[in-house]
Design a protein. Structure first.
Length: 339
């Protein structure tokens, strides 16, 4: 299975071999746009944390669909690994292309600040999605769920499957990514407040790399023979942990929960190597990001409870838009979902 994970990662790099991937350029509806003088052919640039993994592939699919529906040009590209420096270079290129708006899922909330400020000084609007920047560098943040509710919910799921006691570990993509660090703070806070018989033994940083995630999970199982649970807070963590648990012959003995996609976790939930997975629709997140980007460019005011086509009703808290509630996936309901 280690080889399988390596193949996934390499394939992700190959998907990003081009400098840009234009997922919709508006050419097919150029005549339609010309006929409507009130529509602008905006260019929206979307920068994920990393390219080629299923979670961000689904976001890209949603962005493609929104671009097509809303008659806007969408550029979508991210680094082959979760690295803020490579994100900075991508953003620099988008600035040179004079795009109308840059939407970034930040690998580092502060270090990307100077290049985002440079974009704003050139008249390019900046928003964040999935993982926030410092608020002074963007106009709004599109969040999938309320971070406190999600973090506490993830711990409740793990605790319920562990019998509320025993050693557990957390696998996170990055310690500096704003969303992951915020979720982890609430995960740990919920454990300390509600589950005193549970003990956090280690937090493993995976850089959203499938191979590194598997190696990290394998090491956890060897280092902590009494380990009872692993919580993965980024999408590559739970499938890697489930495979490591399965390979070690500890399926059902070590609980695996966290955030990932149904398609990555289906077989593990069914064979008992994992117990519960939580997520939202990443495709809807991509669609929402493009939808709100266009509204911002058009000068449209957003309202709490506003309905966004193909997404649903959004919540607004200050300068943050919250897409909706998370979904729990188990062996019983996993086949109802395909993403």
């Amino acid at each position: 299975m280690v080889c399988f994970l390596i193949v996934i990662f390499v394939s992700g790099c190959e998907l990003n071999s081009g400098k840009y991937q234009i997922i919709y350029n508006g050419d097919q509806k150029k005549e339609q746009i010309k006929q409507n003088e009130n529509k602008e052919n905006y260019t929206i640039a979307i920068v994920p944390k990393v390219s080629g993994i299923p979670y961000f592939n689904a976001v890209e699919e949603g962005a493609f669909e929104a671009g097509e529906d809303l008659n806007v040009k969408v550029l979508f590209t991210g680094p082959p690994i979760a690295d803020w420096k490579q994100q900075r270079n991508i953003i620099e290129d988008f600035i040179q292309r004079d795009v109308d708006l840059i939407a970034v899922s930040a690998n580092d909330p502060d270090r990307l600040g100077p290049v985002l400020q440079k974009a704003r000084e050139k008249g390019i609007k900046v928003i964040s999605w999935d993982s926030d920047t410092d608020t002074k560098y963007r106009e709004l943040f599109i969040n999938m769920v309320d971070p406190e509710n999600l973090g506490r919910h993830l711990m409740d799921n793990l605790a319920s499957k562990m019998g509320e006691k025993g050693e557990y570990a957390i696998m996170t993509g990055s310690h500096v990514a704003a969303n992951l660090s915020t979720w982890m703070n609430y995960i740990i806070k919920q454990q300390e407040e509600e589950y005193p018989e549970m003990k956090l033994v280690e937090v493993v940083e995976t850089e959203d790399n499938p191979q590194k995630s598997y190696t990290g999970a394998e090491k956890l199982l060897k280092t902590y023979p009494n380990l009872k649970g692993i919580l993965g807070s980024s999408s590559v963590g739970p499938p890697a942990a489930a495979q490591a648990v399965k390979d070690a012959g500890k399926a059902g003995m070590v609980t695996v929960t966290g955030l990932s996609t149904p398609n990555l976790m289906r077989s593990y939930l069914k064979d008992g190597s994992a117990q519960m997975i939580t997520l939202w629709s990443p495709k809807k997140l991509g669609y929402l990001t493009v939808s709100l980007a266009k509204k911002l460019l058009s000068g449209e005011n957003l309202k709490d409870g506003q309905h966004i086509g193909k997404v649903g009703n959004i919540k607004i808290k200050g300068d943050t838009v919250i897409m909706g509630l998370p979904i729990d996936f188990t062996r019983e309901n996993i086949d109802q979902y395909d993403f």
